[in-house]
Design a binder for this molecule. Structure first.
Ligand SMILES: NC(=O)c1ccc[n+]([C@@H]2O[C@H](COP(=O)([O-])OP(=O)(O)OC[C@H]3O[C@@H](n4cnc5c(N)ncnc54)[C@H](OP(=O)(O)O)[C@@H]3O)[C@@H](O)[C@H]2O)c1
Length: 271
């Protein structure tokens, strides 16, 4: 039996919880701490789920409650104060997992009791569909069994890669943490361009969304975007013409570069 205190059940915390409820067995119990109970939180598959308890305030937690894992999923600006508030519930065996962008190991460890194991994970919203992409960094004092526990949790809802360098988490935040929004934005731009060119809105949506969904599935089967791009690009054909416009003068590479730089810079500012 493992007990997990999830602090913050918003977009990311809620997505991870639903993923864990659908993949982990009855031996994992969750206490969810959030000022507002998200609708349907304690239910899974339409029925109340006895694995989940909800508390509105840390003062409501039983005094002797020391979970095995505390997952910190509030906004980054709140995480340090939240850890300080929960000090009485962090036992010698409790591991903290922070999914907050930019909040450093040093900040988290300084707020927790001395010697507490802390792991930083940068997940993404793919958790909602069992395809969470996560990067993790073990702060000092994290044992191999605890790393294995983190792997087990995040591989249950997708894929996890361990990093050797904490600073690289800023890049993971920029690429995969924030990444889904870039692909959504590109899809929006394609829909908008198709409409401007005269297609009815619904048709534009079906074509653009169907295409990005299929492209994602093809990449999942064969993770080589260059090969796949070559496969669908005939010399001097329509795709080649579109790609030439898309990549002219390195525009696309430059957009990717400035996008990642801006998101990583913001992640550094949050630290
Ligand atoms: N969203 C993503 O795609 C994503 C991806 C990777 C990492 N993250 C990280 O995940 C964290 C949460 O992001 P989010 O997008 O899920 O934000 P969010 O939707 O605002 O969720 C945060 C939740 O924390 C609750 N909360 C506020 N104060 C609290 C407290 N003192 N104790 C417990 N819960 C509290 C909020 O409740 P109220 O709304 O009532 O204030 C809200 O339900 C951030 O640190 C972010 O960097 C997010």
């Amino acid at each position: 039996m493992q007990s997990i205190l999830l602090v913050g059940a918003g977009k990311m915390g809620g997505a991870m919880l639903r993923g864990w409820l659908s993949t982990l067995d009855q031996s994992t119990r969750f206490v969810v701490l959030d000022p507002h109970e998200p609708p349907g939180l304690s239910e899974f598959g339409g029925a109340p789920d006895s694995r989940v308890a909800y508390v509105q305030d840390s003062l409501t937690l039983p005094r002797d409650f020391t979970p095995d894992v505390i997952v910190l999923a509030t906004k980054p600006q709140l995480v340090e104060d939240v850890v300080k508030t929960l000090q009485g519930h962090i036992g010698p065996e409790t591991m903290l997992i922070s999914v907050a962008a930019g909040v450093h190991c040093a900040t988290l460890k300084a707020a927790a009791p001395l010697g507490t194991s802390v792991v930083r994970v940068m997940p993404n919203i793919g958790a909602l569909v069992g395809h969470c992409v996560s990067a993790a960094y073990p702060c000092a004092d994290t044992s191999e069994p605890q790393k294995a526990q983190v792997s087990q949790l995040f591989e249950a809802i997708g894929r996890l890669t361990w990093f050797d360098n904490e600073d690289d988490l800023h890049l993971a935040t920029a690429i995969s943490g924030s990444g889904p929004a870039y692909y959504f934005a590109f899809c929006e731009a394609m829909i908008s361009a198709a409409q401007d060119s005269g297609l009815p809105p619904e048709v534009a949506r079906v074509l653009a969304i169907g295409t990005v969904t299929a492209a994602g599935q093809l990449l999942a089967q064969d993770p080589d975007p260059t090969k796949l791009r070559d496969m669908v690009t005939s010399p001097n054909g329509t795709t080649a013409a579109g790609l030439t416009a898309l990549t002219a003068d390195g525009t696309l590479s430059q957009i990717a570069r400035t996008t990642l730089d801006a998101a990583a810079k913001r992640s550094r500012e949050l630290g």
